[in-house]
Structure formats: structure tokens, C-alpha cells
Ligand binder design. Structure first.
Ligand code: OGA
Ligand code: NI
Length: 367
């Protein structure tokens, strides 16, 4: 692990990511045979992993949570939220207050970016030893299986991590829109964290304080082109997110995100203008495992391109991440050591997506 003092950005990589072809370009040729590197082993394929379409991820109405604290509806909704955090690690929120026009705009500019020529998009490819930009992240070795999707990942906050040269300038309102959307999502993320604190009987501003003056925010915009053999490939490998929480804008119409529950994969149905919220590895640590980060993946389909925009919310780079002392006692001993946010993020960036292994393996190094 790099010593935390020498680490100027957790997005740095100790190597250059293996460069891989754009899946968008690959899909344009409608290949009859999928290149081998995308074909998953039997155990990983969507066609052979059990699906559960009976269960649905809880839906939380934020408007109800804004009612006075003694309101019955609010109390009931807080209970649903608590259960969602403990039993699912995933939920959708509706009525979150982000203007629909801004959501449409955000999707619009992202779609426009992906529809640029490959040559144009490549101007935003990551620099050597960095993981921000357009391309395929997390490809760390030559024979690793590849995901059927392209993405662009950018740090949004704090300012010192922002590489503006990698922010698309086409369409011309891309940057402004991303900025406005970030402000809105940050507001919602903070609100959700204060509700978590309330449900956990911590001080309401517990997480706000722990996240410090300069929380970190990053975005990954994912594009999953149609695939002639969706049964054999994955759009995004199973992983838990390295953030504290993730707020994901799914494609309006096309299903693809699935979460692992009781060893089955549960699809998350798109709800117009809802955001999918999930617990990341850092909240798992801070809640001493009461809330857990959950494995999820994206699958593809034959007909349509799917778009998603994931915003990741973190404590500040140098903030310490550790179980809240109020959640640790004799009966519930501390399950994790303490570390700086940027140490974990750097570790996460430098390994391939691999189920829930990141946190487990990192914890071993920390011991
Ligand atoms: C992610 C993610 C899922 C999706 O970007 O971390 O889980 O549906 N995306 O694109
Ligand atoms: Ni994710």
C-alpha cells in the first residue's frame, strides 16, 4: 500500500490500466461471435446464476421523511428505511427534490458525450498512472474477463482532485450540467446520511462531522451497448462500491442493475426519476457492519443501449474511517480497523472489481 503521505490522489494507479477496445465500437459491428475475453465462466453468466424476480428493492418516499419528526407517516417511513439499510443495503428514493429537468439534462449530455466519435472521446482517456477519464477502469491484467460496457469516471470534489481537462467540452453544457447535478446529489447524500445517523441513534450530524469540510465526490457514467449474447457476458462485474454511499441514476426504461440477496440476483426495476441508493464499503465500516455494502452487477440486453450515472459520496481524503464508538461494545466488538479514506480508495482503484473482496482484503492489510 502506498504510504498515505506520498499519495496526492487516490485515483492514481501504481500501473497503467490495460487498454481495451471500446465496447461501443465493438457492438457497432454486431459480432456473431463474442470475443472470448468477454465470455464469463459458467458460474458468473447471467444465464446460469439464479435470478429472483419476486423480491423488489424497497422504495423510500423522501417527502414523507421531511415531515415533522413525530408524524406517524414519517416514523413509518424511517422504519422502512432502517429495514432497507439493514436487510438490503439498497433502496430507491422518490420525491428527492432534484428537478426532473436537471435529471433529463444530465442524461442528455451524457448520452451526447457517448455518441461522439471514438477519436473525440479518446481525448478524455486517462493519463498514465491515473484512473480518471474515458475508458475501461479496473482492467489490471491481460487475461482478466472484460465488462460489456464503456465508462467515464471523474473526480468532482474536492477541487484539488478535479482534472478539468478530462471533463468533456462537447456538448457545450456538459460541464455546467455535471456541476449542477453534483450540487443536488450532494445535498441528497447529506440528507440521507443524517437519516442514517438518526436511525442508528447517533447524533444527526454524526456523518456530516466525520465527512469533514471537504467530502469527496466522484462520478462514473456507464454505457452498456446491446450485446448479441447477453446470456454470456456482464455489463459490469459483481462488486460493492468503495464509497460511503452511491446515488445511481438508472436508465429511464431499461433494466440492467441487479443486487445479490440470499445468493440470488434481484433486478432493480427503473422508476422514473428515482435514484438508487446503496451502502458502500465505508458506511459498512462506520456502522460496524450494521449496514453492509452489497454486491451488485449490471447485465446487458440484445436490443438497447443502457445508460447509468453513479455518483459516489465519500468522507474527505484525510478523514479517518472507523466504526462509530457508540456502535461498539462488548457484545458488538469493532469489526474493522481505522484508516484514512484515501488509503482505502487508492487500494480500491488499484484492484479489479471482485465482489466484496476489496474491503475484506484491505482489512487484512490493515491489521
Ligand atoms: C457502478 C454501478 C451499476 C449500473 O457504477 O458502481 O454499480 O447499473 N453501476 O450501471
Ligand atoms: Ni456499483
Amino acid at each position: 500500500m502506498a504510504s498515505s503521505d506520498s499519495l496526492s490522489s487516490p485515483f492514481q494507479t501504481a500501473f497503467d490500466f490495460v487498454s481495451v477496445e471500446s465496447v461501443q465500437e465493438l457492438a457497432l459491428n454486431k459480432p456473431n461471435d463474442i470475443p472470448k475475453r468477454y465470455i464469463r465462466s459458467e458460474e458468473e453468466r447471467p444465464s446460469s446464476t439464479p435470478l429472483s424476480s419476486l423480491l423488489t428493492v424497497p422504495v423510500i418516499d423522501v417527502e414523507k421523511l421531511l415531515l415533522p419528526s413525530d408524524n406517524h407517516e414519517r416514523r413509518k417511513e424511517m422504519g422502512i428505511l432502517s429495514k432497507a439499510c439493514i436487510e438490503w443495503g439498497f433502496f430507491q428514493i422518490v420525491n428527492h427534490g432534484i428537478p426532473h429537468s436537471l435529471v433529463d439534462h444530465m442524461r442528455g449530455v451524457t448520452n451526447e458525450f457517448f455518441s461522439l466519435s471514438l477519436e473525440e472521446k479518446k481525448k478524455y482517456a486517462p493519463q498514465a498512472g491515473d484512473s480518471q477519464g474515458y475508458g475501461n477502469m479496473f482492467v489490471v491484467d491481460e487475461d482478466q474477463k472484460l465488462d460489456w460496457g464503456d465508462s467515464i469516471a471523474l473526480a468532482l470534489m474536492p477541487k484539488k482532485l478535479v482534472k478539468l481537462s478530462l471533463w468533456p467540452t462537447t456538448p457545450s453544457d456538459y460541464r455546467n450540467t455535471l456541476q449542477s447535478y453534483t450540487t443536488e446529489v450532494e445535498r441528497v447524500a447529506q440528507m440521507i446520511l443524517s437519516l442514517f445517523a438518526e436511525n442508528l441513534q447517533l447524533k444527526n450530524d454524526y456523518f456530516k462531522e466525520k465527512f469533514g469540510e471537504d467530502p469527496m465526490v466522484a462520478v462514473r457514467m456507464n454505457l452498456y451497448p446491446p450485446c448479441p449474447r447477453p446470456d454470456l457476458v456482464l455489463g459490469l462485474s459483481p462488486h460493492s462500491d468503495g464509497a460511503a454511499i452511491t446515488l445511481l441514476l438508472q436508465d429511464e426504461h431499461i433494466e440492467g442493475l441487479q443486487v445479490r440477496k440470499n445468493n440470488k440476483w434481484v433486478p432493480i426495476q427503473p422508476i422514473p426519476y428515482a435514484l438508487v441508493v446503496n451502502i458502500g464499503d465505508l458506511i459498512e465500516v462506520m456502522t460496524n457492519g450494521i449496514y453492509k455494502s452489497i454486491e451488485h452487477r449490471a447485465v446487458t440486453n440484445k436490443e438497447r443501449t443502457r445508460l447509468s450515472i453513479a455518483m459516489f459520496y465519500f468522507p474527505g481524503l484525510d478523514d479517518e474511517v472507523a466504526p462509530a464508538s457508540n456502535l461498539v461494545d462488548e457484545e458488538h466488538p469493532s469489526l474493522y480497523g481505522k484508516f484514512k479514506q484515501k488509503e482505502y480508495m487508492h487500494y480500491y482503484t488499484n484492484t479489479k472489481l471482485n465482489g466484496k473482496k476489496s474491503l475484506a482484503n484491505f482489512s487484512k492489510i490493515c491489521e
